[in-house]
Design a binder for this molecule. Structure first.
Ligand code: ZN
Length: 55
């Protein structure tokens, strides 16, 4: 087992990862990380989306 599960919560049904300390700047809800089609953070509460830059 990995310690990563203390900080992350993987939703197998949706294929998303919830980072427990990443919160929406708009409404304060916990945001979900989506890998595809582009890496981004998405808030299920207000719909706020934060795109990650590829390097
Ligand atoms: Zn929000």
């Amino acid at each position: 087992m990995s310690n990563v599960h203390k900080l992350y919560e993987f939703d197998y049904s949706k294929g998303t990862i919830k980072l427990k300390n990443k919160r929406c700047p708009r409404c304060g809800k916990i945001m979900a990380y989506h890998k595809s089609p582009v890496p981004r953070w998405h808030c299920g509460g207000c719909g706020y989306t934060e795109f990650l830059e590829k390097k």
